[in-house]
Design a protein around this ligand. Structure first.
Ligand code: NAD
Length: 513
């Protein structure tokens, strides 16, 4: 195993302000001078720094995982289940601390952060069922005295690369199943909010997971590229933006790895003329502005069909002044800041380009008092862009901020075409009282996750999560049954037990009759 120096001696203060890697069951300080800033988005302060791994540091984490793998793979299913249960209980017990990390570094409000932990926990709970999930099939007497059965075996060392917007849940989507299946895991979390991942690593250790089965390396493209080409990594799970997802898929598969790479989104919510306007407006506002719109399943476009548009837009607009924006740690606040100042400015640029190209800015988030604070947090109020058309820049790009766009169309067929022509296909929703229309939508739409009067249709942990088109590269969706498939490979055994009374030489091709 590649050796890494111990953390340099420093004051407790210095140590706290540095986020280190977690390799082979211990915090390991980065040896390269490369580090990244971790801000408190609610204040704009540089809160700590995170070590950026060099290729050698990634190698060390992979080597630790590789040496832990054989024993972990051979660990009985009941012992693995026991550790998973303990981890599950520890996450539940420490949900407030995990949520506090999320609020501090991501900015999301406490209730939202607790919701993230809960949805991640569901994936751990699913993985505790690993003895049943790994059951294979068995066919008796496929030929005379011959049985066939399938077993699923772990891949070895697998890696996860995760985005900033769910620093606890998305890693749990991946590592719970991967580890339950008997793999060793290397996580490269987002460098923007890295602390939760190391906290989770400590909980794994407390749960009794052997050292080296779960490792965390922080960093940027240098770490990611080493993961993609490392010969000892069998599979890579990625969640992030579409251009990076495409790069991960192309590079990882070129290096012989199994890859699932989930990308960006532009999620449309179709509202038909018969929909309950208040219910649709509540859903649109909640799904568009929750977590400041930094959710891959956020509703970013409402497609208003026919004469529902005017009353719906009025109902949405009427709800916006009541949304309380502020620091995520403050009681009663509903929407926190954006992740960085650069990201906020990029979001704002779409308000400008949208209005230049003919959209109507009904509510401008820049009017919020927290936006104009020089040197303050990365706040932006909620924005509502009406009369958006598919040619506009603000429509063609994923904004990933608290901006809801309204596209007005005359018919259901036009709504369906707008969605179909969009390159993203993560989630979508339809709001209607008409069961036939909803069923037709579900049948027609080329999108991976569909909500019927449900604006954020994130599948529960015992289904799998994934979009279509430019929202997912690879064959298998994440977590749930497809996650188990992703982290294992099938082996088929054809067996005959010796029966000397029937043995003879036969050069014919084996037949089953
Ligand atoms: P991102 O693509 O910038 O980063 C994701 C990961 O890739 C991070 O770990 C980052 O360090 C790494 N990375 C960034 N640039 C890289 C490069 N050039 N080479 C190699 N690695 C690189 O995404 P983000 O800004 O952290 O997250 C937001 C994006 O994630 C949005 O597009 C959102 O839609 C998407 N997302 C998708 C899903 C989904 O399930 N489809 C879920 C959550 C977020």
């Amino acid at each position: 195993m590649t050796q890494i120096a111990e953390p340099p001696a420093g004051t407790a203060q210095t140590e706290r302000k540095r986020v280190n890697h977690w390799i082979d069951g211990a915090r390991v300080a980065g040896t390269s001078s490369r580090r990244g800033p971790v801000y408190n988005p609610a204040t704009g302060e540089l809160a700590r720094e995170v070590d950026f791994a060099s290729a050698q540091e990634v190698d060390a984490a992979v080597a630790a995982a590789r040496s832990a793998f054989p024993a972990w793979r051979a660990t009985s299913l009941s012992r693995r289940t026991e550790i998973l249960f303990r981890f599950r209980n520890l996450v539940e017990q420490h949900r407030e601390e995990i949520a506090a990390h999320l609020t501090r570094e991501h900015g999301k409000v406490r209730t939202d952060a607790l919701g993230e932990v809960q949805r991640g926990l569901e994936n751990v709970e699913f993985a505790t069922g690993i003895p049943s999930l790994l059951k294979g099939g068995f066919s008796e007497q496929v030929s005379s005295g011959v049985d066939v059965y399938q077993i699923r075996q772990p891949l070895g060392v697998v890696a996860g690369i995760t985005p900033f917007n769910f620093p606890a849940m998305v890693p749990m989507w991946m590592f719970a199943n991967a580890i339950a299946c008997g793999n060793a895991f290397v996580l490269k979390p987002s460098e923007k909010d890295p602390s939760a991942s190391v906290y989770l690593a400590e909980l794994w250790q407390e749960a009794g997971l052997p050292n080296g089965v779960f490792n965390v390396v922080h960093g940027d493209k240098v770490a990611v590229d080493r993961i993609l080409e490392h010969p000892d990594i069998a599979a890579v799970s990625f969640v992030g933006s579409t251009p990076i997802a495409r790069h991960i898929y192309e590079t990882g598969t070129k290096h012989g790895k199994r890859v699932q790479a989930l990308g960006g989104a532009k999620n449309h919510m179709v509202v038909l003329p018969d929909a309950d306007i208040d219910m649709a407006a509540d859903a649109a506002v909640s799904a568009a502005y929750g977590s400041a719109g930094e959710r891959c399943m956020a509703i970013s476009v409402v497609v208003a069909v026919g004469d529902v548009a005017d009353p719906l837009v009025e109902a949405i607009e009427g709800r916006l002044p009541k949304i309380k924006v502020g620091p995520g740690s403050e009681e009663g606040v509903e929407m926190g800041p954006l992740i960085t100042r650069e990201h906020r400015d990029k979001v704002v640029s779409y308000l400008d380009s949208g209005t230049k190209q003919g959209a109507v800015l009904r509510v401008d988030g820049r009017q919020h008092v927290l936006y104009s604070q020089e040197d303050g947090g990365f706040f932006l109020g909620v924005s509502l862009l009406d009369n958006v058309t598919p040619e506009m820049e603000c429509y063609r790009n994923e904004i990933f901020g608290p901006v809801l766009e309204i596209v007005r169309v005359p018919t259901y067929a036009d709504a369906a075409r707008v969605i179909d022509e969009n390159p993203y296909a993560n989630g979508t929703a339809i709001f209607t009282r008409d069961g036939g229309a909803a069923r037709q939508f579900q049948f027609d739409v080329n999108v991976g996750m569909v909500g019927i009067n449900v604006p954020i249709p994130v599948p529960v942990a015992y289904y799998s999560f994934g979009g279509w088109k430019a929202s997912l590269f690879g064959d298998l969706h994440m977590y749930g049954p497809e996650g188990i498939q992703f982290y294992t490979r099938a082996k088929i055994v054809t067996a005959r037990w010796p029966d000397p009374s029937t043995s003879k030489v036969d050069l014919g091709f084996p037949q089953t009759r």
